[in-house]
Design a protein around this ligand. Structure first.
Ligand SMILES: Nc1nc2c(ncn2[C@@H]2O[C@H](COP(=O)(O)OP(=O)(O)O)[C@@H](O)[C@H]2O)c(=O)[nH]1
Ligand SMILES: [Mg+2]
Length: 211
């Protein structure tokens, strides 16, 4: 699995429970509607829980064979950053079995603020925070937040219940990211997910000009 195959490879990282799987489940139908052919590779430390969730939620929308769960058995950083061998192999198998796939999404096992993805594995990566983790999160920085290509602040629908000031959270995010993009989402209703998709398509045009 290398560049030049006209496949956009996207990593999605962020703390456990922030909504990475929900974002994927919202994105995939929109990608398909736009004529894209996505496939999903999830990472869990001990189980295939997320892969099963994605297959169930997207039944009838995405071929279940286009969702694979990697059981990393180790620190989630290792599997997507330090030694992405397992994920590279699963990605290559996916593309061999489904040559139509043009968008490969890797969900990390969920981790702390230092998670980043190996550029060998993905072309760009997103980091997902959510309002229930607290308005303070962007101020804590960490390479996941500051270095990701697109920062997603999810669960905006419940911000008011968890006393999170979205204005503060998003302006802190803008500040620590020196203006790199930030998108606010509610992945259960789909609010903001179209902006994530637009971001992918603009990057696809830069990274894979013939795709
Ligand atoms: N209210 C609300 N709940 C969400 C949203 N996104 C995800 N959730 C819920 O948050 C929980 C964790 O989401 P999940 O996608 O599994 O998180 P992950 O561990 O980052 O993959 C689930 O119960 C989701 O239904 C959102 O935008 N709003
Ligand atoms: Mg998940």
């Amino acid at each position: 699995m290398t560049e030049g195959q006209n496949v956009l490879r996207i990593g999605i990282g962020g703390p456990v429970g922030s909504g990475k799987t929900a974002l994927i489940e919202a994105l995939v139908p929109m990608l398909i509607e736009r004529g894209r052919a996505p496939a999903v590779i999830t990472n869990d430390i001990y189980t295939q829980e997320d892969a099963e969730h994605v297959r169930r939620t997207l039944a009838g929308v995405l071929d279940p064979a286009k969702v694979v769960g990697v059981e990393t058995g180790s620190c989630p950083h290792t599997a997507v950053r330090d030694d992405p061998t397992m994920n590279l192999a699963v990605g290559a198998e996916m593309l061999e079995a489904h040559p139509d796939v043009d968008t490969l999404i890797f969900e990390s096992g969920g981790d702390n603020l230092t998670l980043t993805f190996s550029p060998v594995l993905v072309d760009l990566f997103l980091f997902v925070l959510d309002t229930a983790e607290g308005e303070k999160m962007p101020r804590k920085r960490g390479p996941g937040i500051t270095e990701c290509d697109l920062l997603v602040i999810n669960k905006i629908d419940i911000a008011k219940y968890v006393r999170c000031d979205l204005g503060v959270m998003s302006s802190d995010a803008d500040r620590v990211r020196s203006g790199k993009p930030v998108v606010l989402t509610d992945c259960l209703s789909g609010t903001g997910v179209g902006e994530v998709l637009d971001y992918f398509e603009s990057r696809r045009a830069d990274l894979l000009p013939s795709a």
